[in-house]
Design a protein around this ligand. Structure first.
Ligand code: YSA
Length: 328
């Protein structure tokens, strides 16, 4: 009998089958239980002997069940570990990490440079009015200088700012000198778009006002920026030009080595000058002088990183943009 029980236990292939064997032998109607029930019908002597051997049978079956149960459990765990095994030698999946757009990188680099020179970084509204964008900056109504900055008007007479210079007016009207600020931001012009002109681009403006600020200070600031961007020994050049809101006014350029052609040349960056007395009058300042300069970030990024078409910066083609991860 024991032999048969052991065979059935051994043959149980999983925990459910083993449970059925357990019930068949030790359950309420199991074969061992039935034998125990039959003990009552035996004479006392026979009963003792038979009882002992049935109990021995029962505990042998219990031991065998417990052993088989352990085996099945171990097999199950082994099989599960095998199934869930991680192959640590497989190459990992690289998470798709984003990166800052080239222009954002250039903007961060520039604002970092100016912060290190003690400038505060401020931003202003992109939707402006005539007074801030032109009037207070000494562009009289109908003056031809307005033609150089044609823009988009809203039906209620406001406009998309054509440069970051209106923030000069806003900042001066809400602060007292001395101060040094830079204004990065988006600007808009009604342009015929081509490889070097966009209708929406970015500028960075600097404004410094104090009691004795001179053109030499301006030159020094521009040179400090150039050195921070292009390394020690970088030279700068000013040559005269006209902007209504400065007098004298100039264009500034940086002498640099073009990374692609290897040629040394002047890189025209933007406009600058001493704040015009009419601008100081418009904001209510007296007894101070100041300088300002501003330039376009796209053109700077293009020459610096060899982008030949400004529109490539805005097409959103990741193959183009990926080339400029972490360059600035
Ligand atoms: C001048 C004197 C100051 O004291 C302060 C600021 C300035 C700059 C002035 N506000 C201004 O906007 N001058 S600008 O019309 O010559 O533009 C400056 C720069 O913006 C240009 O040198 C060029 O780099 C960029 N820019 C102009 N139009 C553009 C453009 N970039 C891309 N697309 C366009 N359509």
């Amino acid at each position: 009998m024991l032999e048969q029980a052991l065979e059935e236990i051994e043959a149980a292939a999983d925990e459910r089958a083993l449970q059925q064997v357990r019930v068949a032998w030790l359950g309420r109607k199991g074969r061992v239980t039935e034998q125990l029930k039959g003990l009552g019908a035996l004479a006392p002597d026979e009963r003792r002997e038979a009882g002992a051997s049935i109990n021995a049978l029962k505990s042998a079956i219990q031991d065998a069940l417990a052993r088989r149960e352990r085996e099945l459990e171990e097999a199950r765990v082994r099989e599960q570990l095998e199934r869930e095994r991680v192959d640590v030698s497989l190459p990992g999946l690289r998470p798709a990490a984003g990166a800052h757009h080239l222009l954002t990188q250039v903007m961060h680099k520039l604002t970092d440079v100016f912060r290190s020179l003690g400038y505060e970084v401020v931003v202003g509204p992109e939707l402006e009015d005539d007074e801030h964008n032109f009037g207070a900056l000494n562009f009289p109504p109908e003056h031809p200088a307005r033609d150089t900055q044609d823009t988009f008007w809203t039906t209620d007479g406001r406009l998309l700012r054509t440069h970051t210079s209106p923030m000069q007016v806003r900042y001066m009207r809400s602060h007292r000198p001395p101060f040094r600020v830079v204004v990065p931001g988006k600007v808009f012009r009604n342009e015929a778009v081509d490889a070097t002109h966009e209708a929406q681009f970015h500028q960075l403006e600097a404004l410094v006002v104090d009691e004795h600020v001179t053109m030499a200070d301006m030159r020094g600031a521009i040179e400090a920026m150039a050195v921070a961007l292009f390394g020690p020994g970088t030279r700068t050049r000013l040559h005269p030009t006209f902007f209504p809101f400065v007098e004298p006014g100039a264009e500034f350029a940086i002498w640099w080595t073009h990374p692609k052609t290897g040629r040394e040349e002047w890189l025209e960056l933007g406009g600058c000058g001493m704040v015009h007395p009419n601008v100081f009058r418009a904001v209510g300042y007296e007894g101070v002088t100041g300088f300002a300069f501003g330039f376009g970030l796209e053109r700077m990024a293009m020459v610096t990183y060899g982008v030949s078409d400004i529109r490539d910066l805005y097409r959103g083609d990741v193959r183009v943009l990926r080339q400029f991860r972490g360059v600035a």
